[in-house]
Design a protein around this ligand. Structure first.
Ligand code: PHE
Length: 330
């Protein structure tokens, strides 16, 4: 029996056929199993040695089967390992990495800078109520300055915000206490025809500080430090009187720009002013006790100057040749 099995095993090298052999020899109807009842027919003195023989044979057969199964398993495994071997000298895949959008770079830089000064970052909805976008900013219905903001109205009382200033009003309304010191970056919309320098969608970053004893001098130094942070320590700023309904006095802020050696221009970068008493009042602060300053920065403006971009539309076209240039900026 054992020799028979050995011979048969030599001819079979598959798991399934070895298993079939196990059934053939050791299964319920197997060759060895069939021999077991013979024990009853033997004289008593031969029974123990026959029983021992059956057991030994069983152990031997089982051993042969499991040896051969182990061998097959090892072969299969080796086969698999050699098929799946990896050539570690192959060049790696070149994964394309993205990078932050230049407008995000400017916003993140402003956030880092102002957070470092103790400001918080606030947000508001892009679809805004007329109430916050205009009324609370001291632009009552019929105010002529509303016409400067060509608006996308969605319903009679809601519009795509024309500036980030409504976030001032929203923040004053829910601020737990003083001082308030926030910046609020976000998208804004105006009905402008798009060209190299205009876009119907653009970004602003609002700034608002309210407390007792807030002065214009603090606004000026805040803006000077900001201009130097953004464009370099050698910058100067120039304030020109201007008009915004929500600040009084109001200024437009230019930053000095060296065109060529010795030739300096002034470039307008933002609007600012002392928070108008009406805005403070509507926001719940007594203008006789509290003062504030506010500013509004055009994000595209900053990015265009900082990265020397010649067409504002490049920010919105998702051209990877353009966007790829800002890798490693942060
Ligand atoms: N909201 C103004 C604009 O969109 C900018 C501004 C903000 C001016 C805050 C003064 C103070 O033009």
């Amino acid at each position: 029996l054992i020799i028979d099995l050995k011979n048969e095993l030599n001819e079979h090298h598959e798991m399934e056929s070895v298993e079939a052999l196990r059934v053939k020899y050791l299964g319920k109807q197997g060759l060895l199993t069939q021999m077991m009842p013979l024990i009853k027919t033997l004289p008593n003195e031969e029974k123990p040695s026959f029983g021992k023989w059956i057991n030994d044979a069983k152990v031997a057969l089982e051993g042969l089967i499991s040896d051969s199964k182990n061998k097959i398993m090892l072969e299969v495994l080796n086969q698999k390992l050699s098929n799946e071997s990896i050539d570690v000298t192959l060049p790696g895949l070149n994964l394309k990495k993205g990078s932050l959008h230049p407008l995000s770079l400017v916003v993140e830089d402003l956030e880092d800078y102002f957070i470092g000064l103790g400001y918080k970052v606030a947000e508001g909805p892009e679809l805004e109520h007329d109430h916050y976008n205009f009324e609370m900013m001291n632009l009552a219905k019929g105010h002529p300055a509303r016409e400067m903001h060509d608006s996308f109205y969605v319903t009679e009382n809601t519009l795509l915000r024309t500036h980030t200033s409504p976030i001032q009003a929203r923040y004053m309304e829910q601020a737990g206490g003083l001082p308030i010191a926030i910046i609020a970056p976000g998208k804004t919309y105006r009905r402008d025809p798009d060209d190299r320098t205009h876009s119907h969608q653009f970004m602003q970053c609002e700034g608002l500080v309210i407390d007792k004893n807030i002065s214009f001098a603090q606004l000026k130094s805040t803006l000077l430090n900001l201009a130097r942070h953004l464009f370099g320590e050698e910058r100067e700023i120039r304030l020109r009187p201007s008009y915004f309904p929500f600040t009084e006095p109001s200024v437009e802020v230019d930053v000095s720009w060296t065109v060529t050696e010795g030739e300096t221009k002034w470039i307008e970068v933002l609007g600012a002013g002392m928070v108008h008493p009406n805005v403070l009042k509507m926001g719940g602060y007594d203008p006789l006790v509290y003062q504030g300053f506010a500013f509004g920065i055009g994000i595209e403006r900053i990015a265009i100057l900082k990265y020397k971009i010649d067409d504002i539309r490049q920010f919105y076209t998702n051209d990877l040749r353009f966007l790829g240039q800002f890798k490693g900026e942060r």
